[in-house]
Design a binder for this molecule. Structure first.
Ligand code: PHE
Length: 472
């Protein structure tokens, strides 16, 4: 099917956009800590094995499905058969839920950027990271405003189009992020005691032997953690790669692109680890929070505070800017998934494509859900909750996105491609315009046998973690 709609202007532009989607908060506050807590270098190996044996096939399948149909998630699955549209719905609802809290986190980063700018311009007010974070959570309206600004900026970029908005942003944003990361890594690794952080991240068993962790996780726990982190980090099963694939030229080598995306994403995750963990451990040892919001908004702010009144805020500015770029490049891919679905609908109804309106149609409900997340200050403020046991709106949306829809979507997708629709059409798509696809037998084997098993494991692991089932 020849595509008449716009698309990526260059190969490198597509790679940057896909890497931008993959590189996000997951790389910064998820991967490094999970690696340290789950066996260091061994975790990295498990992660890479899962990426090769499962992530690669799912990514290539998503890119190929998107490119062969030239459609967003719902119509892409609908094109296979009306019966499978629901898989598309899973791939649309999960980015919606993820976006609902991603914007608030992006908003918090923006607030920290402003705080560090003000520390630089005036003077450091002596508040600790914990005090600042408590204040950030308490000031609901500032959080709501920052969240909405982050959402509107994402909207603005998506409205600019694939080549004119998303590609342009990532072509500048990704190299900038890389340079900013190097600046922070150099500072982090030269702090006295930084090597303990490196050992925490890489040496198997170091975190248990040195009291950072009470006991070593079971092998099943390591597998499930690595699997879910790999899916989240590579932006799989959330429609992002299907959508970006639908804007990709037929002459692109999908397998090669998938390998590059996986390599770059893993490199950035390791770099992010070297930027944050050694600094946190060098400054605060065992009392440092090494993952999640507390790492970003408590520990690291304290690290910057301890660097002096000029250098500290400067590093704070560099660091929060790079996190904002990482978060924005992911959030625009999430909003693009939703926007493309609406653009498809406009066309089916015989209307001309109106990208701005399509993006707006999805941004309006997101204003409501992101408001909910920003307003309860991660559960510190008592407000109505859909699932009270989740504790806060962020956890509720995260449970739907990462806990349920993402693993369910990936499991259904691998069964659908492996057994129901059969992967031949995906193999053909990979060979469009005479491109060689030597990995075809491996790709088919992985989709049929490995992906369903690994996805089942990830689903169980996620349900276990979110619902506290105590399975392992
Ligand atoms: N990969 C992003 C991260 O690591 C999250 C994401 C998932 C973005 C799915 C888009 C789609 O933070």
């Amino acid at each position: 099917m020849e595509q008449k709609r716009g698309g990526f202007a260059s190969s490198i532009g597509f790679i940057m956009a896909a890497v931008g989607s993959a590189v996000g908060l997951g790389n910064i506050w998820g991967f490094p800590f999970k690696m340290g807590a789950n066996g260091g270098f061994t975790f990295l190996l498990v992660y890479l094995v899962l990426a090769v044996f499962c992530g690669f096939a799912i990514m290539v399948a998503e890119l190929a499905l998107g490119r062969s149909t030239g459609k967003g998630v719902i119509q892409a699955f609908g094109t296979l058969s009306g019966k499978y549209k629901w898989v598309g719905w899973l791939a649309m609802l999960s980015p919606f839920c993820l976006m609902s809290f991603y914007c608030t986190l992006g908003g918090y980063c923006a607030q920290y950027l402003v705080t560090n700018l003000s520390f630089l311009a005036t003077s450091f007010d002596g508040s600790t990271g914990a005090e600042l974070f408590a204040l950030t959570l308490e000031n609901q309206w500032s959080a709501v405003a920052a969240t909405l600004i982050f959402l509107l900026v994402s909207f603005g970029i998506v409205k600019g189009g694939i080549a004119g908005g998303i590609e342009k942003f990532n072509k500048i944003g990704m190299p900038a992020l890389f340079i900013l990361l190097i600046v922070v890594i150099v500072r982090s690794l030269t702090l006295p005691g930084a090597m303990d952080g490196v050992s925490f991240m890489f040496s198997p068993g170091w975190s248990v032997a040195n009291g950072y962790l009470e006991e070593a996780p079971s092998f099943f726990a390591v597998l499930a953690t690595a699997g879910s982190q790999m899916f989240f980090s590579l932006s799989l099963a959330m429609g992002a790669m299907i959508t970006y694939g639908s804007y990709l030229s037929k002459s692109e080598n999908l397998g090669k692109n998938a390998v590059l995306i996986i390599i770059f994403d893993t490199i950035v995750a390791l770099m992010a680890g070297l930027a944050v963990i050694p600094a946190a451990i060098a400054t605060y040892g065992k009392s440092a929070e090494l993952g999640g919001p507390s790492l970003l908004f408590v520990t690291l702010q304290d690290v910057f505070n301890s660097m002096g009144s000029t250098v500290g805020p400067l590093f704070g500015i560099v660091f929060y800017s790079l996190v904002i770029v990482a978060a924005l490049s992911s959030s625009i891919s999430l909003l693009e998934v939703l926007t493309t679905v609406i653009i498809d609908r406009q066309k089916t109804k015989g209307k001309p494509e109106n990208r701005g309106k399509a993006a707006l149609v999805m941004t309006i409900p997101l204003c409501i859900t992101t408001f909910l997340v920003a307003f309860d200050g991660l559960g510190t403020i008592d407000t109505w909750q859909l699932i009270p046991s989740m504790g806060c709106w962020l956890n509720t949306f995260d449970f739907f996105a990462e806990g349920l829809l993402m693993p369910l979507g990936a499991l259904s997708m691998s069964i659908l491609f492996g057994w129901v629709v059969k992967p031949d059409f995906l193999v053909q798509e990979n060979r469009a315009k005479g491109v060689a696809f030597k990995a075809a037998p491996f790709f088919v084997f992985s989709l049929k046998y490995l992906c369903p098993i690994i996805m089942l494991l990830v689903l169980l692991g996620q349900l276990n973690d979110f619902l506290g089932l105590g399975l392992y």
